[in-house]
Design a protein around this ligand. Structure first.
Ligand SMILES: [Zn+2]
Length: 158
């Protein structure tokens, strides 16, 4: 269902909506207008949460992303995490091109949860400029998650 986005060591892999070719958008260019390398159509910014499967990818993304990053720390057995999932999905859709939403399964990426001191899930955190700006524990509706994002971008850019 929907486009499948991925990550590698250099950027986010975004399938072209026109020709299907997978394009890599470098972390540092996430907020830029990007064209498909094949058909030159504009590449749509990721509008859904991206699941991370490597803590090295997490570190590189956080260090070099040109957009604020919302992190949804979750695990499959966590009931409240299932309540948060559609909310972060809404945020990802509304903030496509302005923020990146990622999901970190703390059972899979245990070292990320440990390094950042995640003691309960769901926890939602916002990173910008390579550092954590804010976090909240517990399920939140989309508007509250978006309010967290506003803290990462106090100066409005047009
Ligand atoms: Zn294309």
């Amino acid at each position: 269902m929907g486009a499948t986005f991925g990550l590698d060591e250099r950027g986010v892999i975004v399938p072209c909506a026109s020709c299907g070719k997978k394009n890599r958008v470098a972390y540092a260019r996430l907020g830029d207008a990007v064209q498909c390398g094949e058909c030159k159509q504009p590449i749509k910014a990721p509008g859904e949460p991206i699941e991370l499967h490597s803590s090295a990818d997490f570190d590189r993304l956080i260090a070099s992303s040109s957009l604020p990053v919302v992190v949804d720390y979750w695990a499959p057995w966590c009931g409240p995490c299932r309540i948060v999932a559609p909310e972060v999905q809404k945020v990802a859709a509304r903030y496509a091109g302005r923020a990146l939403v990622i999901k970190v399964n703390t059972d899979e990426l245990t070292d990320v949860g440990q390094r950042f001191g995640i003691r309960s899930i769901p926890t939602l955190a916002v990173f910008a400029g390579g550092r954590e700006i804010t976090r909240v524990a517990g399920a939140r509706p989309a508007p509250e998650i978006e309010a967290l994002l506003q803290q990462a971008a106090p100066a409005h850019r047009s």
